[in-house]
Design a binder for this molecule. Structure first.
Ligand code: HEC
Length: 114
């Protein structure tokens, strides 16, 4: 099963179907996206990669909004990601006490660049 997934991934990469996300370079981020990057580094980086694949404590956020679904299978929407951040999910702690509305808006803007 894993092998065939890698195979499909490889074929998509070879055919240029965008299977490998290309994050916007950090130097090209808007001020809002840069703020979101700081929010990510402060609150998420300890558990999630952003610009590479692989599991840290949680799944990589690389290309999170470019994929059709989140790792849980939920739709990859601002609403679902916001709810995950605010309320937590299984081993991910709720972060509503650390991330305010403006932080969250900026964070979503940054995650959309991945
Ligand atoms: C203490 C570690 C930790 C921190 C900090 C953390 N996460 Fe997570 N996160 C996890 C774990 C573990 C999961 C997997 C939860 C599960 O589905 O079982 C997860 C899952 C997720 C998911 C996928 C949800 C889904 O439906 O599949 C998203 C998106 C996410 N985190 C975003 C964030 C963002 C954005 C931040 C920063 C504001 C953050 N996380 C901070 C540990 C963390």
């Amino acid at each position: 099963m894993r092998g065939s997934l890698y195979l499909i991934g490889g074929v998509l990469a070879l055919t240029g179907c965008g299977a490998t996300p290309h994050p916007k370079p950090l130097a090209e981020l808007t001020p809002e996206e840069t703020r979101g990057h700081v929010v990510y580094e402060t609150n998420c980086a300890v558990c999630h990669y952003d610009r590479q694949n692989g599991v840290l404590h949680g799944p990589s956020l690389s290309g999170v909004f470019k994929k059709p679904a989140l790792p849980s299978g939920a739709a990859a929407t601002d609403e679902r990601v916001s709810a995950t951040v605010l309320h937590g999910r299984n081993n991910m702690p709720a972060m509503a006490n650390r991330v305010d509305d403006a932080d969250l808006t900026a964070l979503l803007a940054y995650l959309h660049t991945l």
